[in-house]
Design a binder for this molecule. Sequence first.
Ligand SMILES: Cc1cc2nc3c(=O)[nH]c(=O)nc-3n(C[C@H](O)[C@H](O)[C@H](O)COP(=O)(O)O)c2cc1C
Length: 319
Amino acid sequence: MILAPMQGLTELLFRRVYEECFPGAIKLAITPFLSLTHNLHNLLNDKSQSATLRHYLRDVLPEANNGSIPITPQILGKEPEEFIALANRLYDMGYSEVNWNIGCPMRNITGKHRGSGILPYPEEVRAVLDAVMPELKPKLSIKMRIGLRHKEEIFQLVPVLNDYPLASVTIHPRLGRQQYTGVPDMETFGEVLPLIKHPVIYNGDIKTMADIQQIKEKYPTVADIMVGRGILYNPTLAIESGKCEVLKNGKEHLTKHFIGRLMDEIRRTALTEESALRKTKEYWCLLWRALPISEAEARKVLREQELTAVDKMICTFIQ
Ligand SMILES: Cc1cc2nc3c(=O)[nH]c(=O)nc-3n(C[C@H](O)[C@H](O)[C@H](O)COP(=O)(O)O)c2cc1C
């Protein structure tokens, strides 16, 4: 199982706590994206900017990721020079692969033909790959949706992707314009899977072991499964197997311990009470589903404005 990139959620703090609680359970995480910026050359080369550079790269600094889930850094953007400079710097930092995000559905991003905004334009994808691939030191994998507006887009793109030596292609079978609504388009996924010559990783709406089994049985050529929100809905998913009695008995305890450790680390590392409160609520929006509590109880936490009160409520749920 691979952990999906989720900006603000599957960042370093989460990955460290997860690895501490479930060592080795997730073999790889794709990091939330590093966005290419126009001043990237200065940032990478001007020594006086080293503090800014460390801040920009904070989620992927190798020393900070020691003892965490192994990572592949992800890049968002399509400017070849900046892409090559960042990817090769990441290689020099020890990363043998980088991932290109051509799936992000946010409007401010897609409007610039970034993220899933590039999917309707196969020739733009080809231009980026033509410029970037010969210069890249690390391997390149791709994470994408099936299109921005139409599922036909992926069928136009596959021949382009097949022309390059990609490490893998992760497909989240929704359209960019759907954001996270509706359900994954499994029909299109099934049609496109045999056309892709690279290892294909499935991503989207995996919440249970049964979901994983179903993908493996229905699509045996799928190389791996990537899970995002599902790991927050059910933190023990990565160590689950129908035969594991110990886990069945200990699931609730392990889940509560994990949530407790995550909350501790948020408190320990947040710069202000306000940011601790915001972060706690961001996680709580998804995590509460892992606990035997009602939605009404969970919502009370979200309405609360004081960190100590939020802490107290969550503590009672995870005791
Ligand atoms: C809050 C949030 C942030 C996300 N950030 C990223 C990101 O940085 N890069 C990316 O490729 N996908 C990002 N995604 C998409 C997820 O990686 C994943 O494709 C999507 O959530 C579907 O998988 P899931 O149903 O397992 O969550 C994000 C999703 C969410 C909900």
